[in-house]
Design a protein around this ligand. Structure first.
Ligand SMILES: Nc1ncnc2c1ncn2[C@@H]1O[C@H](COP(=O)(O)OP(=O)(O)OP(=O)(O)O)[C@@H](O)[C@H]1O
Ligand SMILES: [Mg+2]
Length: 410
């Protein structure tokens, strides 16, 4: 009988903390529990108050433990925020074996060599994303293992984080007495939940619109080629509505979710009737009446501003209007009606809403992409990769956390 094990993902976001517990039996993933609670102590994706986050993580873990009837001892968590950035780096080594056959040890060494760059003292390299390997002078190699050569080079992207935020995040989770299996940048997790290998091969961008951050990742030939996080998200739309309609944030948030849209209808007749349509909100103090057009006129410029930032970023890497796999939108911000149409219009690329299709029952909700990605990344370990069950993988992550703690705390 296939062995089972439990995988838990914890997406610590600015507006909510989401947990997903799945049981893996063979290749099958069965959802045992999914829940979320409002988040406090996270500012623009970064943990700024350890105690608040610890309290919320503890409460959420207790809830999903009850729902799943399982004890949760380890979690896969995300890291978000505009302190995350990538920088290119190259590494080079001489192949060690006399027969010049490239071994896993050579690959590990070259990936270590790529980390030998100067970064500010309060930052750390979290991940290395190889773009291509070069053997002697042969470029564009994806799988160097077993090939022959005297010189092995790698071109990679280093993903760096601001150490204090990394420490706050890990501390808040470790204080709840669970182990951290791995820490995955939020849009990388979302991408593994919603992008197909074909899209990643031909060129695709994932845009995760969260509450306070918008993240962009671009893939081509199966590899990550760009990564950026902007400190602007769907809560900025809520703020604009509160100011534009002179109402409280809570009411503005409900208006956005219930009546919000990025565009009016296309055909003239529907557009005219939508423009005339009055929305009435019965607030406890006084009723609020406004035309639908006013709401769209508030929302559309802010969402266009987000796509404008994306366009500028795509231009930097020469991919503006040039991604055959198009763009895929995730995050709670992607639930806004007509956002797909506005994205197509602004980015001049095919666009779809990202649905975490590999996990049954959660396909409808793009805000669950990150947490789904965390468990999917987690499910790639385990049976296929015994290091997780033996604790080897955990030992590596733990060593990474300890190293960062040691570097940062005198
Ligand atoms: N139906 C909806 N229509 C419009 N916006 C929505 C809807 N549902 C949720 N949102 C918005 O999505 C945002 C929350 O998205 P998400 O859960 O992805 O953010 P987060 O992960 O907490 O934040 P971040 O990733 O920025 O740290 C909120 O601003 C919320 O208003
Ligand atoms: Mg998020």
């Amino acid at each position: 009988m296939a062995r089972t094990h439990i995988i838990t993902g914890l997406d610590i976001g600015t507006s909510t903390i989401k947990a997903l517990v799945v049981q893996k039996r063979g290749k099958e993933l069965e959802v045992l529990a999914q829940s979320q609670i409002p988040s406090f102590g996270v500012r623009k994706g970064a943990v700024v108050n350890i105690d608040e986050v610890e309290k919320n993580v503890q409460a959420l873990l207790s809830e999903v433990e009850k729902l799943s009837n399982k004890r949760i001892s380890s979690v896969f968590i995300n890291i978000g925020g505009s302190h995350l950035y990538i920088t290119p780096s190259d590494g080079i080594i001489s192949v060690s074996r006399a027969n010049q056959k490239i071994s896993q040890e050579d690959i590990d060494r070259v990936l270590q060599a790529v980390r030998a760059v100067n970064i500010p003292t309060n930052e750390e390299i979290l991940n290395v994303f190889p773009k291509e390997f070069i053997i002697n002078d042969q470029k564009g190699i994806k799988e160097p293992l077993g090939l022959t050569g005297v010189r092995l080079e790698v071109r990679a992207l280093l993903l760096c984080v601001f150490s204090p935020y990394f420490i706050n995040l890990t501390q808040a989770v470790l204080n709840t007495k669970v182990q951290i299996n791995d820490i995955i940048p939020s849009p990388i997790a979302a991408a593994s939940a919603v992008l197909t290998p074909q899209q990643k091969e031909i060129g695709v961008a994932l845009i995760d619109i969260g509450a306070a951050t918008t993240s962009l990742v671009v893939f081509e030939e199966g590899e990550l080629i760009h990564f950026a996080v902007f400190p602007i998200g769907s809560s900025n739309i809520t703020n604009d509505i509160a100011i534009g309609l002179r109402t409280e944030i809570g009411i503005a948030e409900n208006i956005k979710k219930e009546h919000g849209s990025c565009l009016l209808a296309k055909n003239k007749k529907d557009k005219a009737s939508q423009s005339r349509k009055k929305i009435e909100i019965f607030d406890k103090s006084s009723p609020l009446v406004f035309p639908k057009k006013l709401l769209v006129d508030i929302i559309e410029p802010r969402v266009s501003e987000i796509f404008d930032l994306i366009n500028k970023e795509l231009k930097k890497i020469g991919r503006q209007q040039l991604l055959p796999g198009g763009v895929v939108l995730t995050g709670g911000g992607a639930k806004l009606p007509k956002i797909k149409e506005l994205a197509k219009q602004e980015l001049k690329l095919p666009c779809e809403i990202g649905i975490p299709g590999r996990i049954m029952g959660l396909e409808e909700d793009p805000s669950l992409a990150t947490v789904c990605g965390l468990v999917l990344e987690g499910s790639d370990f385990g049976e296929d990769n015994p290091s997780l069950s033996k604790g080897g993988f955990w030992a590596k992550v733990w060593a990474k956390i300890k190293k960062i703690f040691k570097n940062f705390i005198p």
